[in-house]
Design a binder for this molecule. Structure first.
Ligand SMILES: NC(=O)c1ccc[n+]([C@@H]2O[C@H](COP(=O)([O-])OP(=O)(O)OC[C@H]3O[C@@H](n4cnc5c(N)ncnc54)[C@H](O)[C@@H]3O)[C@@H](O)[C@H]2O)c1
Length: 423
C-alpha cells in the first residue's frame, strides 16, 4: 500500500520504523488493551465488522486500532484534528500493521474533510469519533450509510454535546454511545491526561518557567481541574474563571483564586482555555492582557480564543519557535498564541500519556463489541456506557496496577441496603 493510493493517504511511509518503535513503547503502558487483545484474538467478536475511526492519530490510537483488528474488525482511520496527526504513527499503521489511514499532519480543511469521506467510503457499520465529525458528515452528506449502521461511539465532551443536540432535535438517525461519560474515561483521561499533557504542550512550545508566574485556566470542568492542579504543582499562582457557580465554588475551595476573566487577563502570564465554548477569550480580554501573555487552548475546537479578533488587532506576526505565533499589537504589546489555538496538548506535545488512554480506549473497544454483539439495534439516542463495562475497565486496570481492594461482607451488604437499622 503506497502513500497517496486510494487505500491510504499519509505523509511519508518511510517513517514507519520510527512510528513502530513508539507504538510498541506506548503499548507497554496499556495493559488493559493488551489483556483485551489477547482475550478477543481467540473469540474474534468483531469478525468482519467494518469500523471507521476519526481519532487523533497517536501511538495510543494505533494500539486501539491493532486491538480492534485483533478482534476481527475491518478497520480504517482518519484524523479528528488537522494538527494532531503523528506522521510516523500513520506510516507504521499503514506499512507495519496493515491498517489504512487517511491523515497528514497540517492538512488543510479541504483535505481533512476529503479524508473523513475516504474513511466513510469504507462503509462502516460502527463509527468511532472524537468530536462527532463522522456522525455529522454521515447525517449531512452520506445519508446512504445510515440504514446499515449498528451505531457509533464518541470519545470527547464536545462530541457528546453535539450529539445530544442532534438527538434533542430528533436528527440523530442511529445510536451512539458516549464513551466520554464513562467514569473510567473522564475522571482520568480528561483530568490527569489533559492535565499533564497540556502542561507538557505549553512547556515544550515555550520553555518558559512556570514557577512564580500567574497561570489562568478558563473552565473548571474535568480538563480544567487537571490543568489547574498541574499548573499549581509547577509553582504557578493559578486563577480559575468559570460561568457555573458550583464549579467556581469548587475551584475556590480547591485553593484557586476565582475571578472574571477580564480581571484575570490583566495579570496573567499564561491563559489556557478548556471550556468547550466559543470566544471565551475575546476582544475585551485581548485589549487588557499583559505584554508577552501566552495563550493556549485545550478544548476540542480552535474557537475558544477569538483568533480572528487577535489577527485584526495585530500589526505583525512572527513565529519565533515552532507552535508559537507572536502577535504584535498596535500599542506595542506582544501576545503569544500556541499551536494556532488548537488542542495544545496534541499539537505541541504528544497528547495524553498512554496509561490513561488505556482506559478510554478499553471503553471504546468494549463498546464496539457491545454494539456488534447486540441482537437488536439500540434506540437512535445518545447512550451511556453500560455500567458493567465501566466496572470491568476499572477492575482490569487495578489488576494491571497490582492493586487489590476489599470486598463487602454479607453483613455490610445487608446493612447498606436496609433502612430499619439505626443507632
Ligand atoms: N485536550 C484534550 O485532549 C481533551 C481531552 C478531553 C476533553 N477535551 C475537550 O475539552 C473541553 C472541556 O472538556 P471537559 O470534559 O472539561 O468539559 P466540562 O463540561 O466538564 O467543563 C467545561 C467547563 O467550562 C465552563 N465554561 C463554559 N463556558 C465558559 C466561559 N465562557 N468561561 C468560563 N468557563 C466556561 C463550564 O461551566 C464547565 O464547567 C471540551 O471541548 C472537550 O471536548 C479535550
Amino acid at each position: 500500500m503506497a502513500a497517496g493510493s486510494a487505500n491510504c493517504d499519509i505523509a511519508n511511509p518511510a517513517l514507519a520504523d520510527a512510528g513502530c518503535g513508539r507504538v510498541e513503547w506506548a503499548l507497554q503502558e496499556m495493559p488493559v488493551l493488551r489483556e483485551l487483545a489477547a482475550r478477543f484474538a481467540q473469540q474474534r467478536p468483531l469478525q468482519g465488522v467494518r469500523i471507521s475511526g476519526c481519532l487523533h492519530i497517536t501511538t495510543e490510537t494505533a494500539n486501539l486500532a491493532r486491538t480492534l483488528k485483533a478482534a476481527g474488525a475491518d478497520m480504517v482511520l482518519c484524523a479528528s484534528n488537522p494538527l494532531s496527526t503523528q506522521d510516523d504513527v500513520a506510516a507504521a499503521l499503514v506499512e507495519r500493521y496493515d491498517i489504512p489511514v487517511f491523515a497528514i499532519r497540517g492538512e488543510s480543511t479541504e483535505v481533512y474533510y476529503r479524508h473523513i469521506n475516504a474513511a466513510l467510503d469504507h462503509r462502516p457499520v460502527i463509527t468511532m469519533d472524537d468530536g462527532a465529525d463522522l456522525v455529522s458528515e454521515i447525517h449531512q452528506s452520506r445519508r446512504e450509510l445510515i440504514d446499515s449502521m449498528l451505531g457509533g461511539t464518541e470519545e470527547t465532551t464536545t462530541g457528546v454535546l453535539r450529539l445530544r443536540a442532534m438527538a434533542e432535535q430528533g436528527a440523530l438517525r442511529f445510536p451512539v454511545i458516549a464513551v466520554n461519560d464513562a467514569m473510567t474515561k473522564h475522571l482520568f483521561d480528561n483530568r490527569y491526561g489533559t492535565g499533564q499533557s497540556t502542561l507538557d504542550g505549553v512547556i515544550r512550545a515555550t520553555n518558559i518557567l512556570l514557577a512564580g508566574k500567574t497561570f489562568t485556566v478558563v473552565g473548571y470542568g474535568w480538563c480544567g481541574r487537571g490543568i489547574a492542579m498541574r499548573a499549581k504543582g509547577h509553582g504557578a499562582s493559578v486563577i480559575v474563571t468559570e460561568v457555573d457557580p458550583l464549579r467556581a465554588l469548587e475551584a475556590a475551595m480547591d485553593g484557586f483564586r476565582v475571578m472574571p476573566l477580564l480581571a484575570a487577563a490583566r495579570q496573567s502570564d499564561f491563559i489556557v482555555t478548556a471550556s468547550g465554548d466559543k470566544h471565551v477569550v475575546d476582544t475585551a480580554h485581548l485589549e487588557v492582557m499583559k505584554d508577552g501573555c501566552v495563550l493556549a487552548n485545550s478544548g476540542h475546537f480552535n474557537v475558544e480564543i477569538n483568533i480572528p479578533a487577535l489577527e485584526a488587532m495585530s500589526v505583525d506576526r512572527q513565529r519565533p519557535r515552532p507552535s508559537v505565533d507572536e502577535y504584535r499589537l498596535a500599542d506595542g504589546r506582544r501576545l503569544c498564541l500556541l499551536a494556532e489555538g488548537r488542542l495544545v496538548n496534541l499539537a505541541a506535545a504528544e497528547g495524553h500519556p498512554s496509561a490513561v488512554m488505556d482506559m478510554s480506549f478499553a471503553n471504546q473497544m468494549l463498546c464496539a463489541v457491545y454494539l456488534a454483539g447486540r441482537e437488536h439495534r439500540l434506540d437512535n439516542a445518545v447512550h451511556n456506557v453500560p455500567a458493567e463495562i465501566d466496572r470491568e475497565v476499572a477492575r482490569l486496570k487495578l489488576a494491571a496496577m497490582a492493586i487489590s481492594i476489599d470486598e463487602l461482607t454479607a453483613q455490610q451488604r445487608r446493612y447498606l441496603s436496609s433502612w430499619q437499622e439505626g443507632t
